[in-house]
Write a new protein. Structure first.
Length: 270
């Protein structure tokens, strides 16, 4: 009799639990799904590039001019640009050189090097680090080195048009041609770049760099029209202006460079 009573008690406890088990399971699943919907998912900094392998691209161009007769002149200019995109990170490097001679005397000689590291937060916003070096034997400011950190935003991202704007702060070191000496100061930076894909074989770009330091304002707009000749081979027309607000006496504040180059593009297009 006691065994029968114990069994009855056990059954009275187990049966309701067994009957309620499916409902409890459904409730647990529902709660789990609700928590999954509420819980934030890790953000993807750049959805378009997160799952893509690294991509590189670049181009190299060269322009030559030579005249002889009453006056012998020779000039050459070259440019090299490299870019590597890996996830949200972008590395960009550039180098440029200009040389000119007249009657075996050097009349122009300048070199430029630059590196930029940027990291995307999303499709429109990013931060960047830039390092730039310019050397110009015949300018009022013979050398300029600038290091800056800043924030950039892609203001325009249409299929044929793009516009980026950047602001930053950093430091600049300059070497004066006359009188010889070096100066260092903080610098505020403003950059902008507009690109117009005119057609499948032509592209126009307009860049602008403005640096404001304690001693001088430096303005450097660069315009370029690039035309595809065949395959990766292209021709480019360029115009560059360099303006320094403060230069030694007897030195012009503005230098310009007009170039016609033939170049070759390589790697994957952005």
């Amino acid at each position: 009799m006691k065994s029968f009573a114990c069994a009855a008690v056990v059954l009275c406890g187990v049966v309701p639990v067994a009957l309620a088990a499916p409902q409890l399971a459904r409730t647990a699943i529902t709660d789990t799904e609700a928590l999954a919907e509420i819980a934030p998912t890790p953000p993807v900094l750049n959805p378009d590039q997160a799952d893509l392998p690294g991509r590189y691209s670049g181009d190299a161009s060269l322009g030559l001019l030579s005249t002889s007769g009453n006056t012998d002149t020779r000039s050459a200019n070259g440019k090299l640009q490299l870019s590597y995109v890996g996830g949200p990170w972008t590395h960009e490097g550039k180098a440029a050189a200009v040389s000119a001679q007249q009657d075996n005397l050097t009349t122009d000689e300048r070199y430029s090097l630059g590196y930029k590291l940027s990291r995307d937060f999303d499709a429109h916003n990013y931060v960047f680090l830039t390092l730039d070096y310019d050397n110009d034997r015949f300018a009022g400011i013979a050398e300029r080195t600038t290091e800056a950190l800043g924030y950039g935003r892609r203001l325009l991202t249409l299929p044929a048009h793009s516009l980026d704007a950047e602001v930053g702060v950093g430091a600049t070191q300059i070497k004066l041609a006359e009188p010889a000496g070096r100066e260092s100061s903080a610098v505020a930076l403003l950059n902008a770049k507009y690109v117009w894909e005119i057609s499948a074989t032509s592209k126009f770009s307009q860049g602008l760099k403005v640096e404001r330091s304690r001693t001088t304002t430096y303005i450097n707009p660069v315009s370029e029209l690039k035309l595809t000749v065949a395959g990766n081979l292209f021709a480019s027309l360029g115009y560059e202006l360099r303006f320094n607000s403060e230069v030694p006496d007897g030195t012009r504040k503005t230098d310009t460079l007009t170039s016609v180059n033939l170049g070759y593009g390589f790697g994957e297009k952005k």
